[in-house]
Design a protein around this ligand. Sequence first.
Ligand code: SF4
Ligand code: SF4
Length: 407
Amino acid sequence: MPACQLPAFHLMAKPGGSRCNLACRYCFYLRKGELYPGSRFRMPDKVLEEYIRQTIEAHCIPEVTFAWQGGEPTLLGRDFFEKAMALQKKYRRPGMVIQNTIQTNGILVDDRWCEFFRANRFLVGISLDGPRELHDACRTDAAGKVTFNRVMRGLSLLKKHRVDFNILCTVNAANGDHPLEVYRFFRDGVKARFLQFIPVVEQDQESGTVNPWSVRPEQWGKFLVGVFDEWVRHDVGTVYVQHFDTALASWYGEPHGICVFSPTCGTAMVIEHNGDIYSCDHFVDPDHLLGNILSVPAKELVNSGRQVQFGRDKRETLPGYCRNCPVLFACHGECPKNRFAVTPEGEPGLNYLCEGYRMFFSHIAGPMEFMVQELNAGRPPSHVMKFMAGKKTTGDGSRTHRRNAPG
Ligand code: SF4
Ligand code: SF4
């Protein structure tokens, strides 16, 4: 297949593997270090160069994004990233725009890092779980020390240097009951404009039970509803919440912005520090190891039968309960990693968070339909704020919602 007909793909890099300076209670990636006993957990120059060269060469579109994650990628030091920038410059084609994003806990961010991020136009994702007590409930270092002050210090430096940043908040058992407190802290305290909320769902490897810091299904639904009710009345067009943007795309009939709400997936893979490529960040295990970039070109691994089937399985393994669900068009059964519950009929493969998603997507139907109507009429969707003015909410996300309730 000629390169320009290849589907776009995304290889999220873990240049330092799972190595991290924190030990958050819910982290699913720390234990991945066991896959590489004795490793230095540092991407060798040869792997770095292949990763950058192959990624650029496989993209015929004029824009390529490199995403750096971990573990904690800043542990590699700026030298590593300076090298990566030089390689991007070396292989960049004329007219091509290269973007870099990095997900960090912010602990090591100092003036020098900020200057680097600013000079290279990085988008920096900061992991923050809300105000002090809610953040510190799970995000501690290896010695068990809390981290809120250190993260906030890094964040204020990013702001001082005018580095673009967004907030990634993992929603867990501790902060899950406080949607308004969390959202208002990000909006008014941090003054963040781009927010991502990720539900923590982790199973105990031995017992198969859900770990106590995981968010509960109804808690997740109420969290999203609580944030939405505030956003849709005050912040449409000024604060961007990934779940709400993606939902609007679903109602509008556009492609879903994120893999978990797409009908199929499989185009967002992970490259580990040694060049191993895995099907997805949540499937870094021997069964989902596709190959190594030093021996097989990444574009072949992306299009391998195994990976294509991995992506199709998201749709093909949906239980009947999902296939007949009124909000399937927006949910698509969410991520297969969370599909370990059973349907009311006893069929396996239902998403653990289903109750929450049914609640959330049903609740937002009215305002979503209104926003679509406005878009179709060439008017801004932010008009929904007037439409919602005066409609009742308890403000804590605890109301029980029926479908199409607003309207
Ligand atoms: S398995 Fe889940 S996280 Fe991974 S690509 Fe598919 S939907 Fe996305
Ligand atoms: S809300 Fe539940 S039943 Fe509906 S598609 Fe999502 S997981 Fe399936």
